[in-house]
Structures are given as structure tokens and as C-alpha cells.
Design a protein around this ligand. Structure first.
Ligand code: GDP
Ligand code: IMO
Ligand code: MG
Length: 426
């Protein structure tokens, strides 16, 4: 069977965790393929909120395998904390959670390097979550990294020491004021490693291959969003992995011709956390309302998210790069009460009107051109069926569908699992 993908189409936090959880009952395997604990995926059910960082969002369902793929980077300290939370809730993950031997490990010094690098950049900082993501992927591509499979070997601690020593020299090189006690950090790290070792390590590309050939269904869960992709995002204000569809091929070992549906997920407006260009960003009451009503605070860092209107130029680009086959629109409920909604349908790029995403989207090069659409006043959060959705809401959704040429099959009207409405079958 083909592997389906679920990917964020904006700057992350689109609601991937919620929808993966909703979809999980239809799949045998849920697999994360990139990113690491920079992600914060929120699930809400039975009146309780759960935030996952590295563990796939299918973990609360019995009978589903949750795989952390080779493209993911794992911080054993954060991973252990996630497992502790699952233990508190009696979630049995011992048999259902598997980790690729080829996934890379985030060392305490990777986190310190992240902090040193950001501090050295001053105002030009990326706004990283400071989870050590960039330095870990740098060591991966630099062929210096430590992988999950290494910790099964007795010699790995020697390799660890050499790499940590090198990192300390690099931290000194940055010449910024970073205070740390490596002994303390290492105590937590090695405790996390021991916990990690109690889990099932697998050769995940073989596992996925066997699953596919024996008819098992797989959903690959993206982290971050397409505009944070290392190649196609708003570089350098991006993360350090391929968050787009191609990342699922390399991050799991799935061949491109074995990809099935690509579910592209987006908010009815736009948010961004961290630095970097954001053409439709709002600095007025409208943006404030989105932030307040939408509780737009980072699930990993708690930082307020920047808010703005929906940007169809960027969304179209993301659909194109990912080969999106179905769209899912989140947080429509947050826009209830706006008399008029704006959607960016083109950019004024150095005096010229364009409809594609150019190389430079900084404010000095790009200003958004908006189409105005009548808003709706009804509260959507109690609605459960498509027939209840107000006309103006449907008009908004249909406008987007026509512009993008891809069906919006699901709309989400609240954080809970149950606040999910199927508009149409594909
Ligand atoms: P992810 O990183 O893509 O999984 O998204 P996050 O969990 O970081 O951020 C999405 C936030 O929006 C979370 O707080 C969710 O509980 C919440 N959420 C998801 N869908 C909806 C929705 O349709 N309406 C509202 N109001 N909140 C939602
Ligand atoms: P989920 O999976 C939103 C952003 C950071 C920063 C940039 C680089 O929850 O959607 P990094 O820590 O990777 O070095 O940060 O990317 N970022 C995210 N923004 N959601 C995320 O994940 C993010 N992961 C990283 O804010 O701007
Ligand atoms: Mg998030």
C-alpha cells in the first residue's frame, strides 16, 4: 500500500497533531520523518490536552504502531519526559513505539551550540526553539553524528566524548556568554539514553517496506511547515530539515512512487513563531484578535505567534512543492465575527504584480495584494456537520478551493478531536 503524508503548508503549528490523531484509526502505522523536539503537536480529547514533541501523534490509539523515522533527531532528555507523561496516563507504548536505528541523537552540547550560535547573531537570530536541531543536522550532514544504533555498541561513549569536546571548543569560539554545567546536563542525558534503550530499535526502512508489501497502511506525520523547509522555506529563517513531501521519502526510506495521498493542512489565517519575513503579518487589532481567540502561543516555547491574513501566494507554492491532493483547513472558528476577511492573492513585487513566491519576500520587496471576502458571525465550535456551516464560511472555503484547485475535504472548528467536519469525500 502507498504511504500517505500529512504536512503543514505554512510556518508550522497548523494543527497537524490534532488531525493525525483524528486519522489514526484509519492507519496501521504513524511515522514521524523529520524534525525533532522543536515540534509541539497538540491533541485534545476527553477534556484533556496533550502536547507531543518527538513521539508520533498516533500514540494514544491502541493497535497502531508509532515510528520515529531515520530523518528525525531525538533528544533523549525530552524523549524521556514525553514517555513519563505517557506513563502517568497509562499509555502502553512499549510494544507500539519503535525508533529507527538511523535517527540521530541530540547531545547536550548541540543545544548549547544552538544557544551560542543564536546569541552570536544578535538581531539577525533565527528565533530557533534552541532544541539543538540545527547543530545536530549539521553533524549529520558533516558525517560526525551519533545515531540511535550507535548506543547499542560499547564504543559509543568514546565517540560521544570526542564530539562533546569538539563542541565545547566550538562554543568557546563563538565567544558569547553561555553559562552551563556539562556534568549536570550529561547526567540527564545518560539517564535519557538508558530510558531510550528500553524501547524497540528497528531498521525502519525495512520495516516500512515490509509493512507496505503486506498491505499495511502508513501515515507519515510532518513536523514544522513547508515555509520552514531548509530548501524551499524562507531561508535562512527556516529549520534544518526538509519538511516537504520529499523529506518523507528520505526520512523514512519510502520511494517517491510509493506515496499516496498528500494531505496539506493550513490555518484559515497565517501564523509564524520566530524571526523571518511574513508578508501578510498584521500589527493591528485584527492580528491581536486572531492571537487571542486562537490562543496563538508556541506549544514548545510558549512564545506568542505572529498572526496575519491567509497568504494564497505562499499556500499555492506549498501545494505545488508537496503535490497536495487534499486540503484540510483548521481554525475557521477563530475568524468568526470579522465583518470582512482578507486573503492575499498576489504580491506587489518591486512594482510588479506577481502570483508566485519570489526569492525575496522581505517587506522591502513584497507587499500583499488582498481580495476581500464577507465574513461570518456564527460560532462554529459546536457544529458537527457540513450542513450547519454558515453560507459565508462556505463561500470562503470555496473561494480558496477555486484559487488552489484542490478540494478542502475537512474543516476543523475547534481543538477537540470531535470538532472536525468532513465537508466532502475526495
Ligand atoms: P501542530 O504543531 O501543527 O500540531 O499545531 P500546534 O499544536 O502547535 O498548534 C495548533 C493549536 O491550535 C493547538 O493549540 C490546537 O489545540 C489548536 N487547534 C487545532 N485545531 C483547531 C481549530 O480548528 N480551532 C481552534 N480554535 N484551535 C485549534
Ligand atoms: P511544529 O511541528 C512552528 C521555527 C522556530 C524558528 C525556526 C527554526 O509544532 O509545527 P529550530 O528550532 O528548528 O532551529 O527553529 O523554525 N519552528 C517552528 N515553528 N512550529 C514548529 O513545529 C516549529 N519548529 C521550528 O520558531 O523560527
Ligand atoms: Mg506546533
Amino acid at each position: 500500500m502507498a504511504v500517505d503524508l500529512l504536512l503543514g503548508l505554512q510556518w508550522g503549528d497548523e494543527g497537524k497533531g490534532k488531525i493525525v490523531d483524528v486519522f489514526t484509526s484509519k492507519y496501521d502505522i504513524i511515522a514521524r520523518f523529520q524534525g525533532g523536539p522543536n515540534a509541539g503537536h497538540t491533541l485534545v480529547f476527553n477534556g484533556r490536552k496533550h502536547v507531543l514533541h518527538t513521539i508520533p501523534s498516533g500514540i494514544f490509539h491502541d493497535n497502531t504502531i508509532n515510528l520515529v523515522g531515520n530523518g528525525v533527531v531525538i533528544d533523549p532528555v525530552i524523549f524521556k519526559k514525553e514517555l513519563d507523561k505517557l506513563d502517568e496516563q497509562n499509555v502502553d507504548y512499549k510494544t507500539s513505539l519503535c525508533i529507527s536505528r538511523k535517527a540521530h541523537i541530540i547531545l547536550p552540547t548541540h543545544r548549547l551550540l544552538d544557544a551560542a550560535s543564536e546569541a552570536s547573531k544578535g538581531k539577525a537570530k533565527i528565533g530557533s526553539t534552541l532544541k539543538g536541531i540545527g547543530p545536530t543536522y549539521m553533524d549529520k550532514t558533516g558525517r560526525n553524528g551519533i545515531r540511535v544504533g550507535d548506543i547499542e555498541l560499547s564504543s559509543w561513549k568514546k565517540k560521544y566524548r570526542a564530539l562533546a569536546d569538539k563542541h565545547e571548543a566550538m562554543i568557546d569560539f563563538y565567544n558569547v556568554d553561555i553559562q552551563y554545567d556539562l556534568k549536570d546536563l550529561e547526567a540527564d542525558f545518560f539517564e535519557g539514553i538508558e530510558t531510550l534503550k528500553t524501547l524497540k530499535f528497528i531498521d525502519s526502512e525495512e520495516f516500512i517496506h515490509q509493512a507496505q508489501t503486506s498491505g499495511k497502511s502508513v501515515l507519515a506525520e510532518g513536523a514544522q511547515g513547508s515555509l520552514l523547509d531548509i530548501d524551499f522555506g524562507t531561508y535562512p529563517f527556516v529549520t534544518s530539515s526538509n519538511t516537504t513531501a520529499a523529506g518523507a521519502c528520505t526520512g523514512l526510506g519510502v520511494a517517491p512512487n510509493k506515496i499516496g495521498d498528500v494531505f496539506g493542512i493550513f490555518k484559515a489565517y497565517t501564523t509564524r513563531v520566530g524571526s523571518g519575513p511574513f508578508p501578510t503579518e498584521l500589527f493591528d487589532e485584527a492580528g491581536e484578535t486572531m492571537g487571542l481567540v486562537g490562543h496563538e502561543f508556541g506549544a514548545t516555547t510558549g512564545r506568542p505567534r505572529r498572526c496575519g491574513w491567509l497568504d494564497l501566494v505562499a499556500l499555492k507554492y506549498a501545494c505545488q512543492v508537496n503535490g497536495v491532493t487534499q486540503l484540510i483547513m483548521m481554525k475557521g472558528d477563530v475568524l468568526s465575527g470579522f465583518d470582512t476577511l482578507k486573503v492575499c492573492t498576489a504580491y506587489n513585487y518591486k512594482g510588479e504584480t506577481i502570483t508566485h513566491l519570489p526569492y525575496n519576500i522581505e517587506a522591502e520587496n513584497v507587499s500583499p495584494i488582498y481580495t476581500e471576502i464577507k465574513g461570518w458571525s456564527e460560532d462554529l465550535t459546536g457544529m458537527t456537520e457540513a450542513s450547519q456551516l454558515p453560507k459565508e464560511f462556505n463561500d470562503y472555503v470555496e473561494f480558496l478551493e477555486n484559487e488552489l484547485g484542490i478540494p478542502i475535504t475537512i474543516v476543523s472548528v475547534g481543538p477537540d478531536r470531535k470538532q472536525t467536519i468532513v465537508r466532502k469525500e475526495k
